[in-house]
Design a protein around this ligand. Sequence first.
Ligand SMILES: [Zn+2]
Length: 590
Amino acid sequence: MAYTIKKWKLADLFPGYDSPELQAAFDNVEEEVASFEGVRGKLKPDMDADQFMEVVRASESTTRIVNRIYAFAGLSFASDTQDQAAQSLLGRVQQFAAEMQNRTLFFSLWWKDLDEANAERLMSNSGDYRYFLEEMRHFKPHTLSEPEEKIINLKDVTGTGALVTLYDAITNRYVFKLQVDGEVKEMTRSELMTYVQGTDPDLRARAYQELYRVYSEDGPILGQMYQTRARDWHNENISLRKFANPMSVRNLANDVPDEAVTALLEVTKKNARIFQRYFKMKARQMGLERLRRYDIYAPVAKSEKPFEYNAAAEMVLESFTAFDPKIGELARRVFEQDRLDSEVRKGKQGGAFCASINPEDTPYVLVNYTGKARDVATLAHELGHAIHAMLASHHSAFTFHSSLPLAETASTFGEMMLTEKLLSEETDEAVRRDILFKQMDDAFATILRQVYFALFEREAHAMIQKNASVDEISAAYMENLKEQFGDSVELSDEFKWEWVSIPHIYHTPFYVYAYSFGQLLVFSLYQQYKAEGESFKPKYLKILSAGGSEAPAKILSDAGIDISSTKFWQGGFDVLSRMVDELEKIPAAV
Ligand SMILES: [Zn+2]
């Protein structure tokens, strides 16, 4: 079969916005929630284990319908962000879900408050739901009373939620101007950023300068919004919920021990010099004295070989099948069931993602395919996510979704498999060189850069508690960059505004280290694969098929990995160091 660029088929979820099926789903949730409210009086410490499981299953049933409605609204909106019907459906679903959440809140509060002996008695009978139930209880020491929790939920809609929406509204409206081929063009941020990966050094510099010219104009306001976000985080999580520090909130949600995250951050800091060595070598490859910050994503070779879509799809599928035919088969299903939206069109959401809805559904994947080498890698990445969810389809709706630290495993591994295949087939030396350097550029962007963002967040949150001004925070950001790059890269002053341009630190504080976690984990898994060959495969598939049914540390320790040991993380960097050694052997093209 030939694969062609097309839109996905959302009708498999619901036939349309006004369809009776969609309305029936809303009604169904209402009914189920009303009946769920009836179990409130039956929740007793000594309640029957089977009766308890009925309550859990009832809650799962409602979650499944909500997941489906949410997916339909969210994917319709991603399909066309300018479609008012999709926009208003999304708004309706968000409001609806918040109301339903508040009406059923009593269950999780009761569960968290239940004594240890009875909780253990009920969990021992809960099969696949066990980890979900266990994890909820981890939050017991940080949970408030029902009226307090309800007030926080409601006030977040118009407080932090609104603040973050406002940040998005302001920054997504920015128009950037760049002179290209003698003509001034107006563009979005993602269009502007394609120039920093281009071959023209002057254009790379001007693109970054324009980016931070625009952000710096609003710098004090965006900085103030960040200060507010950080204060709110502190007020809620430290003052009210009594977390030990701002980052441990995220660690508990990820169910990763604080020591493991500290080990990851410290080991990464110690290995910054590997990337510094890489940037110095890249400068030599490009015939430059030293890289400017503008140049770090520049290509080392002028290879702009386009990839036709069908060939790209075949290449990804073949690389998956070569690893394991079952994986290739699962990925093929995403194409064959029209779950993949590959088309570039106006109003469609940029970038790429994979949405897994319920365990039994084939996931939906969105990419914007333009034929660049990067797009082929993205296809492998997102299909990797889809495979991860499909391998875990035997779990419940609460436990099939992998937790954040493991979420990037299959996707990153998928990219590695593709790179391997590309390198084994590519004969053009310039293209090969470019593939290898791009792999290091990506490793920098997902590992070192993200860890330094997390280190910055930790510092900025502390500074804000001491009433630091926006300029003081910018100065701290600049120091963070200096430590990250050492003398390997020439920094210019406008990068002090970079922090106000990172949506993640506004949306989901301390999210970013999960990227480094995932990428380093995969480097280490890939090393194991190279060393062990066939015998590695069942171990890897077991990690993926666990989904989110156990703690990440447990899933990985079953595969012989100890995430709290600095030695494990160092292993990932040793792989990177050897990659730089290999690249150094390649003669410069100049
Ligand atoms: Zn991903």
